[in-house]
Design a protein around this ligand. Structure first.
Ligand code: AMP
Length: 430
């Protein structure tokens, strides 16, 4: 028999999840979150871009970096029937850059601002807040290399959380400097760590020559103690890089957006330079990063496109929803029909069926309820959380007038058929 469970690390998003712990899988909350994010991104003048869910595997290998966790361990790579090496997309930036180059989007202006949302895939050990299919919302701003552009992207990320009502977050910020600074620092860090190789965890020993910057991310207390004496990125970056970082910090201060300069924040991907940032929640446990991003000047050019600078972020929808519920933020109630139609007898059933589609065509969310008695039908309407119940029998059909029950107050009003839509959409006294 075929297995009847979703693959490990994936989940269903349902109108009514089975347990309170799965509340974050409620579909109307997903729609709400996506709507808030999309509306805000549009307010900041970002436009939507949608790219395929699978791409050529080489796209991510080249850009994210062969030594990154994503490429070395987590990609869902497969060969299609034409022997092409493809993979389920593990992140969004590389795909947006690929689309930009493929369609020569530079023709349409000097500044390009995109947002995207959808599923992404990484083969990692599933745990709370970490899934194999997860969902991100992200933005990319291409064409401007200024602290003001960095600020716009960061402030959008912060504003999303502010609008959702999540106050207890920390914005962490660091600069990797230019490509040259990053390379210089990597060398200095390697020189510092090499004599202490035996004090490093096996993971860090593996990273030492492949990607030493990632060791800064370590959660191991011994390594953290060792790293306290390591050279600091912020101390080796050149004057111009430092100045632009300071300009960004003062823009954030001026806008009243609190942040913490976090010298160990490097983020896992190869393509970052200059600013990197992350929003973390102290309520989320080990997987505490809600979203993050940075600048990746040079990435577009590395795909054969124009050398346009870029900055962006992506955030996890799952973790955002978990944090919102954890913090008991105000969330919308599940959608409910405005009107429950309750027919009494076969003639009323036909009339209700006509009314059902008339009301729906006029934008009134309506559901037909079948039950043995009016009592039972009203109980069903209450369970559905309907605002109104419309009971229709032969007498009402003859009079072309319906009895409308206002479920909250239990009041009943008589409304002529012709006035039903305006009554439901603009109820008197509402
Ligand atoms: P990243 O692309 O790794 O910088 O991730 C950006 C955001 O996506 C993170 O801060 C998380 O909120 C979310 N995220 C990344 N990987 C996963 C995953 N495996 N499961 C759930 N959320 C994830």
């Amino acid at each position: 028999m075929a297995s009847c469970t979703a693959p490990k690390g994936t989940f269903d998003i349902l109108p009514t999840p089975a347990t309170p712990a799965e509340e974050w899988k409620r579909s109307h909350l997903w729609s709400y979150l996506e709507r808030v994010m999309v509306d805000l991104a549009r307010t900041y003048a970002f436009c939507e871009i949608r790219t395929p869910i699978f791409e050529q595997a080489s796209l991510f290998i080249r850009s994210v970096g062969e030594t990154s966790d994503i490429v070395s361990k987590e990609m869902y790579t497969f060969q299609d029937k034409g022997n092409r090496a493809l993979c389920l997309r593990p992140e969004g930036t590389a795909a947006v850059m690929r689309a930009f180059v493929q369609h020569q989007l530079q023709q349409h202006g000097t500044k390009h601002k995109f947002f995207y949302k959808g599923p992404f895939f990484r083969y990692d050990r599933p745990q709370a807040g970490r899934y194999r299919q997860f969902h991100q919302f992200g933005v990319e701003a291409i064409g401007e290399d200024t602290p003001q552009q960095d600020f716009e992207v960061i402030s959008l990320l912060v504003e999303i959380y502010r609008q959702l009502g999540l106050g207890d977050l920390r914005l962490q910020l660091n600069t990797l400097g230019s490509h040259a600074c990053r390379a210089r620092y990597t060398k200095a860090l390697l020189e510092f760590l090499t004599p202490h190789t035996d004090r490093l965890t096996p993971d860090s020993q593996r990273r030492l020559h492949a990607n030493p910057l990632r060791i800064l991310d370590s959660k191991d207390p011994n390594e953290q103690a060792l790293l306290e004496r390591a050279p600091r990125l912020i101390d080796v970056i050149d004057g111009a890089s430092r100045q632009r970082f300071e300009a960004l910090c003062s823009l954030l201060t001026k806008a009243n957006l609190p942040f913490e300069v976090t010298p160990t924040l490097v983020r896992g991907l190869d393509y970052y330079n200059h600013v990197v940032f992350e929003v973390v929640s102290d309520q989320l446990g080990a997987q505490n990063a809600l979203g993050g991003g940075g600048r990746y000047n040079g990435l577009l050019a590395s795909f054969g496109g124009p050398d346009l600078p870029s900055v962006g972020f992506s955030l996890g929808i799952e973790r955002t929803l978990i944090a919102l519920l954890e913090a008991r933020c105000c969330l919308p109630p599940p959608p409910a029909p405005l009107v429950s139609l309750i027919p009494l007898g076969p003639a009323a059933h036909t009339a209700c069926f006509d009314l059902l589609y008339t009301l729906r065509r006029q934008g009134v969310c309506t559901e037909l309820i079948d039950a043995k008695t009016v009592q039972k039908a009203l109980q069903k309407a209450a369970k559905l959380n309907a605002t109104f119940a419309l009971v229709l029998g032969d007498h009402e059909i003859a009079k072309q007038t319906a009895q409308v029950k206002i479920m909250k107050t239990r009041e009943t009003k008589e409304v002529a058929f012709g006035n039903l839509t305006s009554f439901f959409l603009n109820p008197p006294g509402a």
